[in-house]
Design a protein around this ligand. Sequence first.
Ligand code: GSH
Length: 280
Amino acid sequence: MELVANNKVVGGWHKRYRHASQTTDCEMTFAIFLPDIASSGKKVPVLYWLSGLTCTDENFMQKAGAFKAANALGIAIVAPDTSPRGELIPDDNEKSYDFGLGAGFYLNATQPPFDKHYQMYDYIVKELPEIIESHFPVTTQRAISGHSMGGHGALTLGLKNSDRYTSISAFSPIVHPTRCPWGIKAFTGYLGNDKSQWEDHDAVLLMQNKQYTTARPVLVSQGSADNFLDEQLQPWHLQKAAKAHNYPLQFEQHEGYDHSYFFIASFIDQHLAFHAKYFA
Ligand SMILES: N[C@@H](CCC(=O)N[C@@H](CS)C(=O)NCC(=O)O)C(=O)O
């Protein structure tokens, strides 16, 4: 693992690492925030943060303003990239922002030419935690959160791996990707035309079909002035599924907030406190 950035912040450390990933068969970069108590050797729990379309590990670390609260709560935060990267990694022919590089959708692609490297599900759920837990002073307590495409990732990975994550949260998530343009485009490209293969990656369907062993608590925050709300995000589908199945979903709509990191920066402390409750 190569250390590519090392910044002291609020008494803790922000670090970026590059490493060869066996899962995505390319070099990957991730960032980790370690609170100050980790420096004295105390092991801390980890929140995995999954970013949205066009992002890298840097967006959250630079814009969310999560360090002070994470430091006070004694939580490490890991922010992976949103897709495999590099010259040889296949991209969308049109180089659009919502498919290919920067848009891995946190699933294992089955369709060539994407299947070789776009294995983000296995990278996030298996390979990355193994790396984190063997190199850093962390416990095996994990929570998962994310934004937009990363909110979809947090919900689907969290629901499907309720033995691995104690709580789940999301900002402005894509909740029903089998029914919105971003999801349909990504699932067609990565998973093919057989829609039965898509169901396993749709938070609403996972909730409806009770595809979880333990109903881990979920917090979802959504801004009312989000320009993707009606066409892409449609959180009411998740609210309806949760209600129908008595799933512990805490859904909060916030007036006037948009889709940006200004919204995330406004409520990240609340999300961190939510996760800390279940780490305890
Ligand atoms: N039209 C936007 C769509 C992408 C977008 O809004 N991305 C969100 C996640 S879905 C984001 O976090 N962008 C990066 C940032 O704000 O730092 C663009 O082309 O950048």
